[in-house]
Write a protein that binds this ligand. Structure first.
Ligand code: MN
Ligand code: MG
Length: 494
């Protein structure tokens, strides 16, 4: 929106008075403030709802992130809204659509429906977009009212990246209008190019082998970015569904944001995949970046958390000269949808955007019915309190189910009768702030866990198993005795 009419620096917003970003205040003639908003790693989280716990939560949901958008747009004269990938998979609503309802040609995927309500300007693919196969991906993307780009996945590799037959357009150039500090409108060409970790070829081999191939992120960028500039891009933004890792480029690296940022011609970089926040103290010790200025290799960068927890913001002060626009200065910020108080209690900072909730209300209700359906009965109580440190009934039942399933699959094949080893991971180990404990009553096994109040299973100390007084200060937030001292557990987390 244009707010050049107001030079007062404040506007009435949904959450009270909105302070204009300094770039919008300061921009002079032929200078403009261009804000880039990022969501990343949404993983189908639209409602602020924990489907595993079957309860509302204030820490997730595009409906909450969306509530930030109006104010954030109002703070800036010009803004673009971009998603950085991993939107199709990652919660029970995603599984419900993929495994239960299905995606026929013409069907709308709920996360796409939610994104359409917000007017996204573009998106890129994350690695999880490939989890349900290429046909599912294609049908899901067909509903998007915005371009989706990915430069380093090809249906057919050419001699160089520019000769690849890419699965999706490698980049898009948005012909956009920006309003300068004098209120004049000008044309600007903003190029958006997308990247995904090439590890998708291993992670989703059964869907991808023989169908697509992936290239190194940095090599692909070096090929396409000059082409984008030849085609008149004033500003090039990398939509990098890849994390912040090593500073030096290694062929095929998964977390390539630092060497990617160093590629000539890239003006700003949106990162993700790691489910962390940049700029933040998470990255204080990394070389090649500056948490204070929010830059990677000197380029403005952001990582907007995950599941809708934050809106990533890159603000560019740009200036127009004879050759187009160039970046004069920049800031980066990740704005949260909630905060934790001194007791680690979560306080929501925004309310849900009703239009976003409404766009997926039906699928949300269907997902609730799906996760509330009983899937079996057990005669013994199940829980996962000790899954990380000892034999555990919740992991055992998964392991037994795997063995049962693969035994059926082997019947009539050359493998029938072979010995079977079944390994299961404690991915819902109990603790972690109470969200992942899996107590189950003896009578019914649910797809989601039953609520803690519906079971009488006591919670013993996580380290010595005594039923005595406990506090929640222990390792990994497991309940441990407050009256004893325990040695730190030996364990490996991955
Ligand atoms: Mn992700
Ligand atoms: Mg990812």
């Amino acid at each position: 929106m244009s707010i050049s009419l107001s030079r007062r620096g404040f506007l009435a917003g949904t959450a009270g008075m909105i302070a204009l970003h300094p770039f919008s205040l300061r921009a002079a003639t032929n200078q403009a403030h261009l804000r880039i908003m990022e969501t990343t790693d949404l993983h189908v989280h639209v409602f602020p709802y924990d489907y595993y716990g079957d309860r509302p939560t204030d820490t997730v949901g595009l409906a909450r992130t969306a509530a930030l958008i109006n104010d954030i747009r109002a703070e800036a004269t010009n803004a673009l809204l971009i998603d950085n990938g991993d939107f199709l998979q990652g919660n029970p609503m995603g599984d419900y659509i993929a495994y239960e309802r299905g995606m026929k040609a013409g069907d709308m995927h709920p996360v796409i429906a939610a994104m359409n309500t917000l007017g996204f300007d573009a998106s890129t693919l994350g690695n999880h977009e490939f989890n349900y196969g290429l046909s599912f991906l294609e049908k899901s993307l067909a509903g998007a009212n915005f371009p989706v780009v990915c430069a380093n996945v090809a249906k057919k590799l050419g001699a160089s990246p520019r000769e690849d037959e890419t699965l999706l357009p490698p980049y898009v150039i948005l012909d956009h209008t920006v309003t300068d500090g004098a209120g004049e409108d000008h044309a600007i060409r903003v190029g958006l190019i997308g990247f995904v970790p090439p590890q998708i070829m291993g992670w989703d081999r059964r869907h991808l082998e023989g169908n697509v191939q992936a290239r190194d992120i940095v090599d692909t960028a070096k090929a396409y970015v000059p082409q984008m500039i030849e085609e008149g891009c004033d500003i090039v933004v990398a939509l990098c569904h890849s994390g912040i890792g090593a500073a030096d480029h290694a062929d095929g690296m998964e977390n390539a944001a630092i060497p990617l940022a160093a590629v000539d011609g890239i003006d700003a970089i949106l990162t993700g995949h790691s489910h962390l926040v940049f700029p933040s103290s998470n990255y204080a010790d990394f070389s090649g970046l500056d948490v204070g200025t929010g830059t990677i290799m000197g380029k403005p960068a952001v990582m907007g958390g995950f599941w809708g927890s934050h809106m990533g913001l890159i603000d560019l002060m740009i200036e127009r000269d004879g050759a187009g626009w160039r970046v004069l200065s920049h800031t980066s910020e990740a704005r949260p949808i909630y905060e934790r108080d001194a007791d680690r209690k979560v306080n929501a900072l925004v309310e849900s955007a009703p239009a976003v909730l409404a766009s997926v209300q039906q699928e949300h209700d269907e997902t609730l019915a799906y996760v509330r359906r009983a899937v079996g009965k057990t005669d013994a109580p199940l829980h996962s309190y000790f899954a990380l440190v000892a034999d555990d009934p919740s992991v055992q039942v998964v392991s037994n189910a795997q063995e049962w399933y693969i035994t059926q699959m082997m019947v009539g094949t050359e493998h029938e009768g072979l010995a079977i080893l079944s390994a299961a991971a404690p991915f819902k180990a109990g603790g972690r702030g109470d969200r992942s404990i899996t107590p189950m009553s003896p009578s019914a096994m649910w797809r989601s866990r039953t609520s803690p109040t519906s079971t009488s299973i006591p919670t013993p100390c996580a380290r010595c198993a005594s039923p005595g007084p406990r506090s929640r200060i222990g390792w990994n937030a497991l309940p441990v005795c407050s009256t004893r001292s325990h040695p730190a557990p030996k364990m490996r987390l991955c």
